[in-house]
Write a protein that binds this ligand. Structure first.
Ligand SMILES: NC(=O)c1ccc[n+]([C@@H]2O[C@H](COP(=O)([O-])OP(=O)(O)OC[C@H]3O[C@@H](n4cnc5c(N)ncnc54)[C@H](OP(=O)(O)O)[C@@H]3O)[C@@H](O)[C@H]2O)c1
Length: 285
């Protein structure tokens, strides 16, 4: 049996749909089984004895985490540690999602799994701590770091831009942070395939869509494709701004392109160009 955790979140819901589409049965939970509570984990899981645990549950409010790092740590660090501890006892394999925010963004070429993390935000620190506690407790782990995730479910940059383009005549977007968007459907399909093939190539892996852009260029592409698809009634001016002009409580990495070489080579993941995936998303919503 497969246990999908966080199935009401942006990625978890997409993964749940892809398991269903592949005809693979799963048990699923979200807030009702608190991953920070070991007894809740044991109570729920013991009835099903999962061989695979896919953990999409997390505290993902990046800016809010700056003022409540302790709460973020309970979910992003204690939670994964509990799941790893449970899997270590039962023999289950654990897939856990992590983030590009574990890096400081000082590099100017794609981050590999061998690069040293140096998180600049409370969220990044709690996620890195979660990774380390999994590695300490469970050899059978797959930690997949992703970035700039968007999709049809939940809050994300693409959905926010579509809303702003319909509400405003001018939108300002940061143009000095580079990375790569990740469409939730591509990641979900790869994860389902990986579970289906019962992979045992454990470790840390990086995954995003292919290519490199800035938030400003990402916004422009959303606008161009959405206009072409007739989704936007009026013209909107999109203006590039600097991070200094658009301050946020949490510091983001200035550069966080991730190298996909390892996940393609070892886990057979397929990676599509970010613009191709963006079009597919916009045609879907
Ligand atoms: N979103 C991104 O851009 C991004 C980028 C890189 C990496 N990631 C990582 O990718 C993964 C999935 O992200 P996402 O955007 O899909 O997250 P999300 O939409 O915030 O979903 C997370 C889900 O986990 C639930 N949850 C929170 N605390 C829980 C707890 N203690 N026990 C059980 N469930 C709990 C949340 O419930 P509530 O909604 O009630 O809190 C929510 O339904 C996370 O590990 C995240 O760190 C995300």
């Amino acid at each position: 049996m497969i246990w999908l955790i966080g199935n009401k979140g942006m990625l978890g819901r997409e993964i749940g749909e892809q398991f269903a589409a592949a005809g693979i049965p799963v048990i699923a939970s979200d807030r009702e089984v608190d991953i920070a509570d070991m007894s809740a984990i044991e109570k729920f899981a013991s009835a099903h004895n999962p061989e695979w645990i896919v953990n999409c549950a997390a505290y993902t409010a990046v800016d809010q985490a700056e003022s409540e790092e302790d709460i973020a740590a309970v979910i992003n660090s204690d939670g994964p540690a509990n799941l790893a501890g449970y899997a270590a006892k039962t023999g289950a394999k654990l897939i856990h999602l992590s983030t590009d925010y574990v890096f400081d963004g000082a590099k100017r070429s794609p981050y590999t799994e061998d690069d040293k993390p140096n998180p600049q935000s409370a969220y990044g620190r709690t996620k890195l701590d979660g990774e380390r506690r999994i590695i300490d407790a469970l050899p059978r782990h797959f930690i997949i770091r992703t970035a700039w995730l968007y999709g049809p479910y939940g809050k994300n940059f693409a959905a926010t831009m579509l809303r702003l383009f319909s509400e405003r005549s001018e939108v300002r977007v940061v143009d000095d942070q580079s990375g790569t968007p990740t469409y939730s459907l591509g990641l979900a399909r790869n994860i389902v395939d990986m579970v289906h093939s019962d992979s045992d190539k454990y470790g840390i892996f990086h995954y995003t869509d292919d290519g490199e852009t800035t938030w400003y260029e990402f916004a422009r592409e959303i606008y161009t494709i959405a206009r072409g698809l007739g989704m936007l009634a009026k013209e909107v001016e999109i203006l590039p701004v600097t991070t200094l002009e658009y301050p946020t409580p949490a510091k983001r990495p200035q550069y966080s392109v991730l190298s996909k070489d390892k996940i393609i080579r070892e886990l057979g993941f397929t990676v599509a160009d970010w613009k191709t995936n963006l079009r597919a998303y916009l045609e879907r919503v």
